[in-house]
Design a protein around this ligand. Sequence first.
Ligand code: ASP
Ligand code: MG
Length: 445
Amino acid sequence: MIIMKFGGTSVGKPERMKKIANLLLETPGKKIVVLSALSGTTNALVKIGDELVAGNSEAAENAIATLENHYLQFTEELFESEAYRAVGKEIVSRYFSLFRLLAAGNPESYQTDDRTYRELLAQGELISTELFYHHLQERKISARLLPALHFMSIDENQEPELEKISARLKPLIDSMQHLDILVTQGYICRNHLNEIDNLKRGGSDYTASLIGAAIRAEEIQIWTDIDGMHNNDPRIVKKTIPIAELTFDEASELAYFGAKILHPSTIVPAQKFSIPVRLKNTMDEKAPGTLISNKGSRGEIRAIAAKDGITSIRIKSSRMLLAYGFLRKVFDVFEKYRTSIDMITTSEIAVSVTIDDARQIGPIISELENLGVIETEKDMSIVCIVGNQMAEQPGLLDRVFSSLNDIPVQMVSYGGSPNNISILVKTADKNKTLEKLNEGLFHLS
Ligand code: ASP
Ligand code: MG
């Protein structure tokens, strides 16, 4: 069995949805198809939810009406026959009645961590899969809906419960042995209170790899609108090249450090059971894409990625000199406020760390002030160079630094893993940093 996940843009237009059905017909064997919401839908639902939280019920109603028109148009074009157009209308009207019902609730209940809000966010994937399923029905392609809310779950720390997912999923799939196509929702799940929840934005990729791991699939395919991972960010630098193969470790680093193509947690379940992950392009299905697996070439620089929204924090203290236990005290503060650290560098009298989630920065700083003098800087970016056995490549650091000779580098982390060199720059310098490294490391300009 293989898993085939299609993202928002791959289902975002009626003709693209039809194309997915063709792709399924051309792919032999059994497959579980994981779909995102149509592109723009989750953003629209977030906006509706936010308007409700802010008490702007009129703005919420307008946004619901705009979205409804979009779906009515979509179903008009998706279905061929009058009978199925009527089915389409019925589906849209059912979901939008629910939206209006959710919107009509007590405004105080729409806090961002509230159930109603999360229930609203979950509807995007429910409606896209239902529409797609009926499109298959209309074309007499036999398939079944596999409801994610019946098997996908997270625990009280919001971590997926892989074993439970597997135990629920296997009998479900066994009961559908006669079918080649099972369609399910990405992103959505139930939490430890059995409420509707989600795997965070972009989480459909994660759903695909969790299902793949749960049933020990042969392969997990992530279909997007570009031809796999590139050596650098194609939205920023002029010339990039697709990468044919990556190891799990390389792909994890790239996904975590900003390669937007993959949700950062996607690799973890796949790697655990050595299930290859293949990135493919819906717009160009013949393109080779990127294969992520245990194999992969050694001793090479593979790619560069950047992550924005980073804050750096420096703790300076002469008490650190010759002391032990100082770092623990620093880390305790971050642990207390559940804030994870990305980069860290130390000198004899100072520690610098970076975080990407600055929501708790106020209390973090006031506690760190007990340990020393604190300096912070926001609007920073981590630029991450990913490769293999980097320490064994003579002259590599020289090439990195000479490419960046006119860029003020704020922090460097090297040697933490054999796969990564991370550099902290001001976000204002990021594009130039990516261009310069593209020239210096890949001779692309
Ligand atoms: N629809 C969700 C989002 O937009 C999940 C996904 O597309 O992966 O974040
Ligand atoms: Mg995505």
